[in-house]
Ligand binder design. Structure first.
Ligand code: COA
Length: 258
């Protein structure tokens, strides 16, 4: 067993850190399994949302320190980088449910997730400097953008653990819930996303992640997608549902509806 398990629940692909005796610390084999699972979810048209969570009361303790020293990643083709590229480039919405420790990449990967829920007992940590390392996963770019320079510098320089309330305050986490409710709440949120108009949802994520920087460029970019969506079966279904006083049904897929 690789330490990663996957499960399909309707249109949601769940990718689970499943090595509870080692607090779900991630080995090279687990990175390979993570990358494969994410690539498979992206390629499968029936999957609309990906949900990450961990078994055994932990999200992940980050890199397996034994494995990391024995097999340090030495090139951009290594499984860890393949996984990071998959996360950063994911077209589909990524949801994460964080319980217990989320160390190193357990925290930095959240910067690439679209909706993050944390249990009240979640503990985040960026121990790179304490280990003689530096941030990864573009977190040196994304965390200061999200939290502000001073906050990011403090979290990276000191490497102190921080709790769910702090993570929510700095914008790393959207919702905090009791640990007993975490998975159900994350699944409910993932199911809600999976029921949305799929092409509109993917296009909205692409716009949110777009690198266009000026307001004028962004208006043009949005307009192109907006005009395309005006021609879509998704809009027809949404408007028909409104006038027929029923919930829209987008279950038949993107442009094929109608
Ligand atoms: N790599 C390898 N093994 C790890 C690990 C890691 N990153 N994190 C935990 N483990 C192992 C421990 O060695 C221990 O193994 P053992 O039972 O054979 O002794 C087991 O997992 C349980 O860990 P423990 O420290 O007892 O759990 P805890 O709940 O008290 O603390 C953490 C959890 C995650 C806070 C703590 O284990 C920790 O700080 N781990 C290191 C995190 C780290 O530096 N990651 C690298 C980031 S780049």
């Amino acid at each position: 067993m690789s330490g990663i398990t996957t499960e399909r629940r309707g249109a949601v692909a769940e990718i689970v850190f499943d090595r509870p005796d080692k607090r779900n610390a991630i080995t090279v084999a687990m990175y390979a399994a993570l990358a494969e699972a994410l690539e498979a979810a992206e390629a499968d048209e029936a999957v609309r949302v990906v949900l990450f969570h961990g078994h055994g009361g932990a999200f992940t303790a980050g890199n397996d320190l034994h494995d990391f020293l024995a097999h340090p990643p030495d090139g951009s083709d290594r499984p860890v980088f393949r996984f990071l590229r998959g996360l950063a480039g994911a077209r589909k919405p990524l949801v994460a449910a964080v319980q217990g420790p989320a160390v190193g990449i357990g925290t930095t990967m959240l910067l690439h997730c679209d909706l993050v829920l944390a249990a009240e007992d979640a503990r985040f940590m960026l121990p790179f400097v304490n280990l003689g390392l530096v941030p990864e996963a573009a977190s040196s770019l994304l965390l200061p953008r999200l939290a502000g320079y001073q906050r990011a510098a403090e979290l990276f320089f000191l490497g102190d653990p921080f709790d769910a309330a702090t993570a929510q305050r700095i914008g790393l986490v959207g919702r905090v819930v009791p640990a007993a409710d975490l998975l159900a709440a994350a699944r409910a949120l993932a199911d809600r996303l999976a029921a949305k108009a799929p092409a509109a949802l993917l296009a909205t994520k692409a716009l949110l992640k777009s690198a266009s920087v000026t307001v004028a460029e962004r208006i043009e970019e949005e307009a192109t997608v907006f005009v395309r969506q005006l021609q879509s079966a998704e809009l027809q279904e949404a408007v028909a549902a409104f006038f027929e006083k029923r919930a829209p049904d987008f279950s038949r897929g993107g442009r094929a509806i109608g």
